[in-house]
Design a protein around this ligand. Structure first.
Ligand code: GDP
Ligand code: IMO
Ligand code: MG
Length: 422
């Protein structure tokens, strides 16, 4: 079944781990949006691999890996990542890169930095130029991967953009970026990437016709979606299900199954509302136990309890069929485990289960909490659902009942084998 795997929270749900586990059952793994703001961690045979642009199926030798048109590509980063994977003993030969991926230029990154630094309320972007590169796409002036393959075309398109952005950068106190400082490198990267470049829209549709099994790998998460997330504290793409169609050229009919990834609690990195956030010693304990530090920027992640109001919203707008619950083991030592079941509007005192993603609303809600007894034992080696402690099974049952979707996979550690299929 062609399957979308997407994060249901604010990113870092463990998509890399989940996709690496699932990839064996698929022929093709496709990234459909985002860029190297993503950091997907996989532990394979004691090797830690962090992927930013390469699809998480890349470690499975028979899988075709596709970076489709919805992904914004920094070519220097991609070449580095391909080399890193080779150095770690993997063969990224089955990689395809869409000729229509918008390219991130050094000016985009500089713009991201100066915009972020001059914002009164910070989004906390990854400072990688993701937003400005997507702005060029919607502004109808993007430079694509195919343009890297011809120096004259690249220069003709990039020079006016570069000049225009330099004015903005300098006016905000940033450092001018000369096109001469990177054009040779970008053209060189174009040469290195050329063997992978193709029309992925046609290759993907031919795989569909040939009944190959396709897994679509989301980056970020539903609550960071440009349309449905906690705007403006969002990323500039659509991790949600519509992003699959616009980011690949596969029709909606190709999507047969949606697996949503959720941590057994919640994290967020960067600014923005977070109703179930913890700020005390419990937060520090959870952060350390869960090793909640960003895979891309190393920033400490904000942490909190599982928020069922937000989870239901994410499931509703994406037609999620089942949940892959990650990091359940991180809760092993807690006496009590809490979940948010509703929000109380602090202005009116009313309780509700509507997730209105606006800042003004979420900043003014108080979470309604249900408390569960912790299981207080190590579950990292458990292989069967029935062998999980009763309290853990009760916690999962409550989640399933609340969101009306089954939890079909439970992850109890970083390793591929530390996954329980129900
Ligand atoms: P992604 O962006 O969704 O792929 O997630 P990240 O890789 O940014 O962050 C998830 C982190 O949690 C990584 O360090 C994973 O190795 C780790 N992880 C994933 N699943 C589990 C799990 O079940 N238990 C524990 N303890 N760690 C996990
Ligand atoms: P993965 O795929 C968590 C967050 C940033 C910031 C906001 C906008 O690993 O789950 P951007 O650089 O995209 O303009 O930043 O989005 N963000 C992520 N948070 N995981 C990610 O990716 C993220 N990618 C972006 O921290 O708040
Ligand atoms: Mg991540």
């Amino acid at each position: 079944m062609n399957t979308v795997v997407m994060g249901l929270q604010w990113g870092d749900e463990g998509k890399g781990k989940a996709i690496d586990y699932l990839a064996n059952d698929y022929d093709v793994v496709v990234r459909y949006q985002g860029g190297h703001n993503a950091g997907h961690t996989i532990y394979f045979q004691d090797k830690k691999v962090v992927l930013h642009l390469l699809p998480s199926g890349i470690l499975s030798p028979h899988t075709i890996s596709v970076i489709a048109n919805g992904v914004v590509v920094n070519p220097v980063q991609l070449v580095e990542e391909i080399e890193q994977i080779r150095n770690q003993g993997f063969q990224p030969d089955n990689l395809q890169l869409s000729s229509f991926c918008p390219v991130i230029l050094p000016v985009h990154q500089e713009l991201d930095i100066v915009f972020e630094d001059s914002r009164y309320v910070k989004i906390g972007t990854t400072r990688r130029g993701i937003g400005p590169a997507y702005e060029d796409l919607t502004g109808r002036r993007a430079i694509f991967v195919k343009d890297l393959l011809d120096r004259d075309i690249f220069y003709k398109k990039a020079k006016p953009l570069n000049d225009y952005y330099n004015q903005k950068i300098v006016s905000r106190g940033g450092k001018e970026v000369s096109i001469d400082s990177y054009i040779d490198t970008y053209i060189e990267m174009g040469k290195k990437l050329k063997p992978f470049v193709c029309n992925t829209l046609y290759s993907l549709n031919s795989y569909l016709k040939a009944k190959k099994r396709i897994l679509l790998e989301g980056a970020q998460g539903v609550l960071l979606d440009i349309n449905f997330g906690t705007y403006p504290f969002v990323t500039s793409s659509n991790p949600t299900v519509g992003g699959v169609c616009t980011g690949t050229g596969l029709s909606h009919k190709a999507i047969e199954n949606v697996i949503g990834i959720s941590k057994a609690y919640t994290t967020r990195v960067g600014g923005g509302p977070f109703p179930s956030e913890l700020l005390d010693d419990e937060a520090n304990f959870l952060r350390e136990k869960g090793n909640e530090y960003g895979a891309t920027t190393g920033r400490p992640r904000r942490v909190g309890w599982l928020d069922l109001v937000a989870l239901k919203y994410a499931i509703m707008i994406n037609g999620v069929d089942s949940i892959f619950l990650t990091k359940l083991d991180v809760l092993d030592e807690f006496d009590q485990i809490k979940v948010v079941t509703a929000y109380e509007d602090t202005k009116t005192g009313e309780q509700g289960i509507i997730f209105d993603p606006s800042f003004e609303y979420l900043e003014n809600v108080k979470p309604v909490i249900k408390t569960f007894k912790g299981w207080k034992s190590n579950i990292g080696d458990i292989k069967q659902f029935q062998s999980l402690p009763l309290e853990a099974r009760q916690y999962i049952a409550y989640i399933e009942e609340s969101v009306e979707v089954p939890v079909n996979y439970i992850s109890v550690g970083t390793g591929r084998h530390q996954t329980i299929q129900k």
